[in-house]
Design a protein around this ligand. Sequence first.
Ligand SMILES: Nc1ncnc2c1ncn2[C@@H]1O[C@H](COP(=O)(O)OP(=O)(O)OP(=O)(O)O)[C@@H](O)[C@H]1O
Length: 321
Amino acid sequence: MSGTAERQVEKQAEYVIDVRDIRKNFGGMRVVDGLSLQVARGEICGFLGANGSGKTTTIRILCGLLAPDGGSGTCLGLDILRESQSIRRQVGYMTQRFSLYEDLTVRENLELVAGLYEMDQPREAVGAIIGRMDLRARADQLAGHLSGGWKQRLALTACVLHRPALLLLDEPTAGVDARARREFWDLIHDMAGGGLTVLVSTHYMDEAERCARVVYLAGGRIVVQGSAEDLIRDVGLTTYDATGPTVEAAVPLLRAAPGVEAATMFGRVLHVAGMDRAALEAAIRARGAGLTWHEVPPRLDDVFIHLLARESRDGGAEAPR
Ligand SMILES: Nc1ncnc2c1ncn2[C@@H]1O[C@H](COP(=O)(O)OP(=O)(O)OP(=O)(O)O)[C@@H](O)[C@H]1O
């Protein structure tokens, strides 16, 4: 093997996604703005950001469905500009919209997908995956009669049927109940354990916490990235909890105080957060007297609320859906 080819294989082994300076405009609006991203083999990478921050557009570029206006790189070792058709055939791509046939059974849908991928021995492949994804009891049920959680599981099954090495999942569990989401993520982790690489966009904090790395986008750029612990540490918020009989009355007072970025009730507990420790503690003393306060470690949702608030202050974030 030539030195260049060896380096190619090494690089491919290291990063399944390796793109630089990706840019995309829609009608004069810059939606992806110089995004560079590397995702290692077997990594589960979470894609987060406000509505409209460019997650779906980036995912569509990575899976070869959309051509970028600028930038370069590879996905599965294939050039995103010149080999998009091969990328499309080799990745598993799942959107939040259920795109299978509701009037076909689970098995029929999967056989159809196996046919589209021109798989050898499609029946055997479908039988095997039905077992592996625990769909046996529902194999002969119409897809349209499945609950939301089972539909998502079927959609995931359809996109791993051709054994892709990379899964690109765009809000795959939107609107699915907590148990089905947890089971869906158990499957993702099982598959990543087998070497599958996953890039998944989500608005759910519990899902972000299940990613080895979280990449946070604002205005089509990566603003922060790292493990949940890295992000919590790097952002550097101070957070306190309070309890007491007058806790609810303190909420509007604290929200209006300098140094308090967020004051939110969780059940009977008031949770406050701020970037300036001295100002936050002064606000607690002045406006939270009579309550019992204790400092608590910041959580990932504190970090994202902070980033979203910063973005709307600076302009650019869309209103929540
Ligand atoms: N085909 C298109 N034509 C014009 N504008 C588009 C197109 N696709 C996306 N956009 C715009 O690009 C911006 C980014 O959209 P994108 O769907 O990538 O964001 P997102 O981060 O996935 O948002 P969400 O969390 O709401 O799914 C939005 O303002 C959107 O309206």
